[in-house]
Ligand binder design. Structure first.
Ligand SMILES: Cc1cc2nc3c(=O)[nH]c(=O)nc-3n(C[C@H](O)[C@H](O)[C@H](O)COP(=O)(O)O)c2cc1C
Length: 544
């Protein structure tokens, strides 16, 4: 049927029975549409007087266009481009764009999706008409305003097509324009490309990052459990995602390897934090001893903790893994925050630490960080990666007042001014990153390679994950957002990563604390998936 559909321009005068007309209109109305918007409006024109008026518009535009074809004008004028009066019916297919202030699901970024939907309706009608033996000829030789005036169509509605509909007086095997030597169908291989646009630099074949079959099995069971469909909300997405990463829903007892990376930041000389750099080392030492929040939560959940110094300004505190690359990052206002070798070493160190935890067989990797000034670094990194304005990405961190917030914003704005943006992930990390953020980026990449779920903590870990996704887009598939923090930029990054957080507790502590707090919920999701009865087992009737 698809191969036999033709644009028809010669019609017999016999009328189209009402039941046939209704069937082809119904076919149009069954088309897919953005947000189920159904923007098509179909005006059936039977009166000859109207068709004569429309034909005059078509003839006029045909002559106007002929002058634009230069030497092909004569060949163009030989073509029959409409059968408006011959065909007993016209169907004017309009697209009603609706009220501009009413948001349509799925039309957020491509306003023309309503037009695309209407085109789907036209194709449905065209094919259904062909199945009935009817001919359809699409006429676009008119100015929309002229047709609006003839048919009383309001300004917000676009008349997309005048379709001539009737019994065909021709059965062309090929498009009329092809038979006339005007144009011809391209070979399929000219219009089909594999993976990327033809001639665009290719990417290497990457190993599959997700287990689709496991995700579908998990979702099928979710749909059978005795609950309204989708009623576990974000937990349903979480269960599917976990299965896609690991091949199974979350385990009932979840044991995590928590990696907390610490470093100092050169830009604190500009007053970007309330605290001095030595506080980073003190907090890191407390974390390693198990005295701070991360230690308490790790003990409570029987998880494993690895606290590493990637770049503290002072000596590595006792009990902290010495993975020091430099004594803090350089001031990003004076030059790149990290030297190329430092960034390389940071990424590699993070990957090695994550690999070490993964070898221990934990169910997931939990990421956290310690670093005086690193909310400013995170904000600068997010600006550099996404081009977002500092006003969106800079927050109060450990509790800055209004003047401090303005200072942080000014530092981030100056850094972006100096280094430019948006930048590719590698360049962004080097320009404005930090050593703990580089290590966290490496850790995400390693976890993705091993298909270990990564439970992110707050702003800094999310910013590092965004950099990781810039380096390897498939890394996004292993990420889980534990919570939305009080830092306003966190939301921007989570949206950029396409992640919905499990919790919103206005946390701003860092040290993996939010991620560890979310783990019981992850485990509970696994228990629900495993232990809830299905509708059949519980003897409960499903919703129709
Ligand atoms: C958006 C659109 C506008 C068209 N406008 C006209 C038109 O004004 N006059 C005409 O004779 N054919 C028109 N056509 C029909 C095309 O010329 C025809 O589909 C094409 O040559 C391929 O032929 P086929 O439909 O028989 O396969 C239009 C088709 C489309 C999709």
């Amino acid at each position: 049927m698809i191969a036999e559909r033709r644009d028809i321009r010669r019609f017999r005068p016999d009328s189209v029975p009402d039941d046939v007309l209704r069937r082809i209109l119904e076919a149009a109305h069954r088309a897919p549409s953005v947000g189920l918007m159904q923007p098509w409006r179909l005006i059936v024109v039977a009166q000859e007087k109207t068709r004569i008026e429309v034909r005059r518009l078509a003839q006029r535009e045909r002559l106007r266009q002929a002058s634009r074809f230069d030497e092909r004008a004569r060949q163009f004028l030989d073509q029959k481009v409409e059968g408006v009066v011959e065909a007993p019916l016209g169907i004017v297919v309009c697209c009603d764009h609706g009220e501009p202030e009413v948001e349509v699901l799925g039309r957020g970024t491509i306003p023309e999706t309503d037009v695309y939907s209407t085109a789907c309706a036209i194709e449905n009608l065209w094919l259904a008409a062909r199945a009935e033996g009817l001919g359809v000829g699409w006429v676009s030789f008119y100015r929309p305003d002229d047709l609006r005036a003839v048919l009383g169509i309001p300004a917000r509605v676009d008349p997309m097509a005048y379709l001539c509909v009737g019994w065909p007086d021709e059965r062309p095997k090929r498009p009329g324009l092809e038979a006339a030597g005007w144009s011809s169908r391209l070979p399929l291989d000219d219009v089909v490309m594999r993976e990327r646009w033809r001639d665009a630099p290719g990417s290497e074949d990457a190993p599959a990052a997700i287990d689709h079959a496991a995700a579908i099995t998990a979702r099928d069971r979710l749909d059978q459990l005795v609950k309204p469909s989708g009623s576990l909300g974000v937990l349903e997405t979480l269960i599917e995602r976990w299965a896609a990463i690991t091949g199974r829903p979350p385990p009932s007892q979840l044991r995590a390897g928590a990696l907390v990376c610490a470093a100092d930041h050169g830009h604190v000389v500009h007053g970007t934090s309330l605290f001095d750099a030595e506080v980073s080392a003190q907090v890191t030492a407390a974390a390693a001893r198990g005295d701070s929040a991360v230690g308490v939560l790790v003990r409570q959940g029987d998880h494993r903790l690895l606290v590493a110094d990637l770049g503290l300004a002072g000596p590595t505190p006792a009990g902290v893994r010495d993975a020091k690359i430099a004594r803090g990052s350089a001031d990003m206002l004076a030059g790149p925050a990290l030297a190329a070798g430092e960034l390389r070493a940071g990424l590699a160190a993070g990957a090695a630490l994550a690999g070490e935890l993964a070898e221990g067989g934990d169910d997931c990797l939990v990421l956290g960080e310690i670093g005086i000034g690193n909310t400013t670094t995170s904000a600068a990194l997010v600006c550099a990666l996404t081009g977002a304005a500092p006003a969106l990405t800079v927050g109060r961190g450990t509790g800055m007042d209004a003047a401090g917030l303005a200072r942080k914003r000014a530092v981030v704005a100056a850094a972006i001014e100096r280094h430019g943006g948006p930048l590719p992930a590698h360049a962004a990390l080097q320009a404005v990153g930090g050593l703990e953020l580089a290590a966290l980026t490496g850790a995400v990449l390693e976890a993705a390679r091993r298909r270990v779920p990564v439970v992110l903590d707050g702003y800094a870990t999310a910013a590092a994950a965004l950099a990781a996704v810039g380096l390897d887009p498939s890394a996004a598939e292993v990420l889980v957002a534990s919570h939305r923090s009080a830092e306003p930029g966190h939301d921007t990054v989570l949206a950029e990563l396409g992640l919905e957080p499990l919790l919103d507790l206005r946390l701003r502590l860092g040290e993996a604390s939010g991620a560890l707090l979310a783990l019981p919920i992850v485990a509970a999701a696994g228990v629900l998936h495993r232990e809830m009865a299905t509708f059949d087992e519980a003897g409960v009737a499903r919703a129709p």
